[in-house]
Design a protein around this ligand. Structure first.
Ligand code: NDP
Length: 447
């Protein structure tokens, strides 16, 4: 088996040089899915995984815009349309200076499996730009978003490809992007998700990824007769996913000890309670400040510059910032400090070596493609509401979100439970996600 996997990976490596993040994501999937393919005749010999690692379409384009000082700026925009076997392409847009083809291909590839797991009919895609929103005025953000959409609009549509937010793309950016799409196409459709409530958005969409991640962690803990209640929780990031993960942990009776951003992390031994979290939301979403300012406001907290929070003793860790933010030595520290559950809010925050440490220690570990799927699932619900021209209540959407997270958890157990009873959620998520997409691809023939 090892030889089959090595040969497959070496072929993919050769075809995608200089794409380390993409190769990392493919490696994680190949190691769990190829053994399954070999054992199942309907998939064997059809090069099905080889077809899945090749994007259906990669679009790269120039984005020119004028900054506040009158200078012309040039950025690069992308949309990776990875797989449309089970539905139109669906996945977020990321605006961050680190964005490149490798990062977007890894995100699009993971998205295919994640969207399949949600049980909703959505294919996988991802896009974005190397544009850095930090320090830009609202006017600059608007001009950039309009320029970006003035090219992207021709490649997307409510039945073709439906983008959403991701790092650097929140409610403000979705508004500007939607405005330009509507103007160019002269139609009001659900082409983007994460929209404002008065113009087609869904209740609970902003909360969905963070809430869903904590619902998933709760499900994992329940398999051990345990719960979030009373747990010490370490969270990284302080953006959309981290904020609502923290809110749900508090609602379920857990204690939040940390939050972070790219400048460092804050550690509040007394706990980040609801009032303090409200301050963080204002700081990050309205003032667009840095997390270190928390320690000025609450002197009982410490700000640790330039570091990640994994050295803080905890029961549960929720990485909610970015890819590869939790390495092998961080994983070892977490395990040594008694952490029993890691549930990924971000996409691929743990390196493959870190995941090995969690598996070896047999602690609960959920990969993002399962545990952060609540965001795209609720985007799927937003698409349905747009198609029906109808809005569900907050309670109804939250209930559907909880059902979906429970179904994903069940699927992971179905394909990931080993003979000793330990659930390998990575294997479970990869195989469950694969089966649905592969069946659709086989039914549709070689296209
Ligand atoms: P936001 O832009 O709202 O927040 C991102 C947070 O992560 C910020 O605190 C940011 O800090 C931090 N961060 C970003 N890059 C780095 C870095 N290189 N090093 C350290 N910290 C960093 O994004 P989201 O909360 O939406 O996304 C967070 C993660 O969740 C991403 O991996 C995303 O792909 C994933 N995700 C998001 C979904 C959604 O619905 N929004 C759905 C599923 C997954 P700073 O402000 O300093 O940059």
């Amino acid at each position: 088996m090892k030889q089959t996997i090595d040969e497959f990976l070496s072929h993919v490596r050769q075809r995608n040089p200089n794409e380390p993040e993409f190769l990392q994501a493919v490696e994680e999937v190949a190691e769990t899915v190829l053994p399954y393919i070999v054992k199942h005749d309907i998939y064997y010999g059809k090069n099905i995984l080889l077809r899945m690692v090749e994007p259906e379409r990669v679009i790269s384009f120039r984005v020119c815009w004028v900054d506040d000082s009158g200078e012309i700026q040039v950025n690069r925009g992308y949309r990776i349309q990875m797989n449309s076997a089970i539905g139109p392409y669906k996945g977020g847009l990321r605006f961050h200076p680190t964005v490149n083809q490798s990062i977007l291909k890894f995100l699009a590839f993971e998205q295919v499996f994640k969207n399949s797991l949600t049980t909703l009919p959505m294919g996988g895609g991802k896009g974005g730009s190397d544009f850095d929103p930090k320090g830009k005025s609202d006017g600059e953000i608007m001009r950039f978003c309009h320029a970006f959409m003035s090219e992207l609009f021709r490649h997307i549509g409510p039945s073709t490809d439906i983008p959403a937010g991701d790092i650097g793309v929140g409610a403000r950016e979705i508004g500007f992007l939607f405005g330009m799409y509507k103007k160019l196409k002269n139609e009001f459709t659900g082409v983007l998700t994460g929209k404002g409530l008065s113009w087609g958005g869904s209740l609970i969409r902003p909360e969905a990824t963070g809430y869903g991640n904590v619902y998933f962690a709760q499900k994992m803990l329940e398999t051990k007769g345990d719960a979030i209640e009373g747990k010490q929780v370490v969270i990284s990031g302080s953006g959309n996913v981290a904020q609502y993960a923290a809110e749900k942990v508090l609602q379920l009776g857990g204690k939040v000890l940390t939050l972070s951003d790219s400048s460092g992390y804050i550690y509040d031994e007394k706990g980040i309670d609801a009032e303090k979290l409200k301050y963080v939301m204002h700081l990050k979403n309205v003032e667009r400040g840095r997390i270190g300012e928390y320690a000025n406001k609450y002197p009982e907290a410490k700000f640790i510059k330039g570091e990640t929070p994994w050295g803080i003793k905890c029961d549960v860790a929720l990485p909610c910032a970015t890819q590869n933010e939790l390495g092998e030595s961080d994983a070892k520290t977490l395990v040594e400090n008694g952490c029993i559950c890691v549930s990924e809010g971000a996409n691929m925050p743990s390196t493959n070596k870190a995941i090995l440490v969690f598996h070896k220690a047999k602690i609960l570990f959920a990969p993002g493609k399962a545990s952060n799927a609540g965001g795209v699932a609720t985007s799927g619900l937003e698409m349905t509401q747009n198609a029906l021209r109808f809005n569900w209540t907050r309670e109804a959407v939250d209930e559907k979100l909880q059902e979906i997270m429970e179904d994903i958890h069940d699927e992971c157990i179905k394909y990931g439970k080993g003979e000793d009873g330990y659930v390998d959620y990575v294997k479970g998520a990869n195989i469950a996600g694969f089966v649905k997409v592969a069946d659709a691809m086989l039914a549709q023939g070689i296209v």
